[in-house]
Design a protein around this ligand. Structure first.
Ligand SMILES: [Zn+2]
Length: 77
């Protein structure tokens, strides 16, 4: 049983916890290899989060890149 709210891969867990909850919604829905998704609350873009990525560090980087791309205009918020 995977504990809720925490990704089993530590690199992923760190990346997910670094997300700004004011701007990103983290949905934990375990379906197959899917762990959940990150949604940008500004534009509604989704990023699928996998529970067993081939390369957890790479997938963690993808999450950080998504977060960086979706800063939008912070001063408008
Ligand atoms: Zn966005």
């Amino acid at each position: 049983m995977v504990s809720k709210g925490r990704h089993p891969k530590s690199a992923m867990s760190t990346a997910l916890h670094a997300l700004d909850r004011q701007r990103f919604a983290l949905a934990e829905v375990h379906v197959g290899h899917r762990w959940g998704s990150v949604t940008c609350l500004v534009c509604g873009a989704h990023l699928a989060v996998w529970s067993t990525p081939r390369d957890a560090d790479q997938h963690a980087k993808q999450i950080r890149r998504f977060a960086a791309k979706h800063r939008h205009h912070e001063e408008e918020r």
